[in-house]
Each structure stands twice: as structure tokens, then as C-alpha cells.
Design a protein around this ligand. Structure first.
Ligand code: SAH
Ligand code: SF4
Length: 361
């Protein structure tokens, strides 16, 4: 079946332009927008203040969203929901909803199917790059959670662009999605409640800094020397630490925001006190915070998560350099809630079924 264009791929200006070609006034586009992003309706029929012929015309031209839920898993503590979604071309992506004790509801969403960056410990990196997501596909992941939460009397409060893919490699669609997430007539999520995580694409970090948004920036660091970082994150060869640090400093100057560095702790690989000291020296003088995340083991990487004793010692060493850090609990480990892990699991299942001749619906 040929799918129609998702209406979420349009900006309000683009929808207004389409309506103009249909001889419809601009206020009609605004009404549609309100139904889409405020009421979050799932069908054009629900747009009751539109004339019937216009609803029919919309129906033949567009569909409301294009993501098809494939599976949904809830962690045993029930505070994490992980979704596998199918794109119109059959590709699979993941998004996760995390509920925190202070009532924050955070959606972790994907920006690409697969990823070209090849970080050795990452399940998405292990799949390789498939394609960029459109702005509509990025926004819709958050909207699906927002719709569900609102039906339960709650609200989506935060969005992190930390799912599958490298957001700055898909710069324009990511920025368009952020604008829509933030827009008071869109999902109305404050810029300070949105965080973008990058592997460290230096020119794009500078470009992002020039946007002067108040969106949070997280940098996946994971190592404090070029030799070690290149081993884990091949992109470090292209943008080594000194250049990355300059770009981060530029971002801080442009935005006044503190930057977060992410560090996946891998047992005896990057969790020694010596490495914590190297990190302390690297970050000296930068307005920043470090998130320490014990590694989520993946199929194609032999590394293991750090022992909690080593995690504490690492944190204490950082503290002695005046660097604040948080030990983050990996959410939903029982539901493969690491980036790309649910999809890898699904692909493995499909492969097994295929090999054993089991049909799958
Ligand atoms: N591409 C972006 C955002 C998506 S990955 C980036 O790399 O920053 C989100 C975060 O999860 C990154 O910090 C990434 O390094 C981390 N990550 C990926 N695989 C992981 C794993 N197996 N265990 C722990 N963290 C992982
Ligand atoms: Fe891509 Fe981020 Fe995974 Fe690296 S960690 S492969 S940049 S998704």
C-alpha cells in the first residue's frame, strides 16, 4: 500500500501554503494545527469545525502520522516504556518514555534509522546507517507519548534526543523537530526541557551554538585521551578532543549554558581513577557536569559494565577536580532499553524465525 504524506512533516507555513492552493483561508490551517498538536486527534473526522469537503480533501492528501507501533515493553518497575515503531518503508526505530519520581515524563526519541558513527559499544552503531528521519517522524515519536499521557491526565514534560542515531548528522530535520516540540502551538515543551546528545560533530556543534537556543547539549565523551576515545568512537579521528573542547567552549560562550558530558563506564576500560584524573584535567575550567552511566552490554561488544565500587571511586576522583557528576541508573535494563537494543533483538528474532521457517505476522 502506498502511504500518503504524513501531515506532521509540514510546518504551519507549509500547511497554509497548501491550503492557499486549495483556496482555503489561512485560519483553516491554524484550526487544523490546533487539532493536530493541541487536541492530538488521530483522524480528520474529529476536526469538527472544518467543513466536511475540506476534511475529505485532507483525508485524500495526507495521513495523521506514519509511525506504526510494533511492540511495547514496560519495565518491571513500570516506570519505563519502550516502543519499537515501524516507518512507512519498513525500517524500525525505538523510542522510550521514562517516568521520574518528581513527575517528570521524559521521552527519549530517535533521529535516524541506524547510525553512521560506528561507536563500538552501541547497538545502533553496530547496525550501520539506514536513513535520516524526517522532522515529522521525529516529532511524532514525542507526540505519541504526549497523546497517551494526556489521556491518562498527565503530560509529557521533557524530551531527550538520545535514541537511535546522531541528531547533528541529521541537522535540519532535528532543528525543525526541536522548533515544533518547543512551539507553544506545537507540543509546547520548554527549550530547557529538551536535550540533544551528540557524539561530537564539531562543525555542527558550532552551528548549533549559533542558533542560540536554550536547548541542553550533551556530549558523548567516554574517554579523555585521543588514543582511547578513537578506539571507542571512530569519529574522534575526524574531530579530536582539542577541537571538540574548543567547540564546546564556543557553545558555552554563545548560550551561557552548562554542558553535560556522558561517560559510559566500561569495566577496567575507562573506569580507573587514572582516567578520572585525565577527565578532570580535560574538563578543567569548563562549565559542565558529567553523567556516569554503567555500560549496557550489547551483542557485538565484549565490554562489561563497571563494578559499583569502581564507579564510586571514579566519581570521587572527579570530585577532587571540582567536577560534579551524577551516577545515572540505566533505565529499563530488563527491556533492552539501551539505544538500539530492542531493534537488534527483534532483528535477531526475525532472523531465527526465518532460518527455522517460522512465519511471523
Ligand atoms: N548519537 C548520539 C545520541 C544517541 S546515543 C550520541 O552518541 O550522543 C545516546 C547515548 O547513549 C550516548 O551518550 C551514547 O554514547 C550512549 N550509549 C550508546 N550505547 C550505549 C551502551 N551500550 N551503554 C551505555 N551507553 C550507551
Ligand atoms: Fe551513533 Fe550515538 Fe550510537 Fe555512536 S552512540 S553509534 S553516535 S547512536
Amino acid at each position: 500500500m502506498v502511504s500518503l504524506q504524513s501531515i506532521y512533516d509540514l510546518t504551519l507555513a507549509e500547511l497554509t501554503a497548501v491550503f492557499k492552493t486549495w483556496d482555503q483561508p489561512a485560519y483553516r490551517a491554524r484550526q487544523v494545527w490546533d487539532w493536530l498538536y493541541h487536541h492530538k486527534v488521530t483522524g480528520f473526522d474529529a476536526m469538527t469545525n472544518l467543513p466536511q469537503p475540506l476534511r475529505e480533501r485532507l483525508q485524500t492528501g495526507f495521513q495523521i502520522g506514519s509511525l506504526e507501533p510494533v511492540t511495547e515493553l514496560r519495565s518491571s518497575d513500570r516506570h519505563t516504556v519502550k516502543r519499537l515503531l515501524r516507518l512507512p518503508d519498513g525500517q524500525l526505530i525505538e523510542s522510550v518514555l521514562m517516568e521520574y519520581n518528581d513527575n517528570r515524563q521524559t521521552a527519549c526519541i530517535s533521529t535516524q534509522a541506524g547510525c553512521a558513527m560506528g561507536c563500538v559499544f552501541c547497538a545502533t552503531g553496530q547496525m550501520g546507517f539506514v536513513r535520516h528521519l524526517t522532522a515529522g517522524e521525529i516529532v511524532e515519536q514525542a507526540l505519541l507519548f504526549a497523546r497517551q499521557l494526556e489521556a491518562e491526565g498527565s503530560r509529557l514534560s521533557n524530551v531527550v534526543l538520545m535514541g537511535m542515531g546522531e541528531p547533528l548528522h541529521n541537522y535540519d530535520a532535528t532543528l525543525a523537530a526541536i522548533a515544533r516540540l518547543n512551539d507553544p502551538d506545537g507540543l509546547n515543551i520548554g527549550q530547557r526541557h529538551i536535550t540533544l546528545s551528540t557524539v561530537g560533530m564539531v562543525p555542527e556543534i558550532r552551528r548549533f551554538a549559533d542558533e542560540k537556543l536554550q536547548v541542553g547539549l550533551a556530549i558523548s565523551l567516554h574517554a579523555a585521551t585521543n588514543e582511547e576515545r578513537t578506539r571507542l568512537l571512530p569519529v574522534n579521528r575526524r574531530w579530536p578532543l582539542a577541537e571538540l573542547k574548543d567547540a564546546v567552549r564556543y557553545y558555552i560562550t554563545q548560550t551561557g549554558r552548562r554542558v553535560t558530558f556522558e561517560w559510559a563506564l566500561i569495566a577496567r576500560q575507562n573506569d580507573t581513577v587514572e582516567q578520572a584524573n585525565a577527565l578532570g584535567n580535560l574538563l578543567h575550567g569548563l562549565k559542565c557536569h558529567v553523567n556516569l552511566i554503567p555500560l549496557n552490554p550489547t551483542e557485538d561488544y565484549a565490554g562489561r559494565p563497571s563494578n559499583p565500587v569502581h564507579v564510586k571511586a571514579f566519581q570521587a576522583a572527579l570530585e577532587s577536580h571540582g567536577i560534579s557528576s551524577t551516577i545515572r541508573v540505566r533505565r529499563g535494563i530488563d527491556i533492552q532499553a539501551g539505544c538500539g537494543q530492542l531493534k537488534s533483538e527483534r532483528l535477531r528474532q526475525e532472523q531465527t524465525n526465518h532460518n527455522t521457517g517460522d512465519g511471523e505476522s
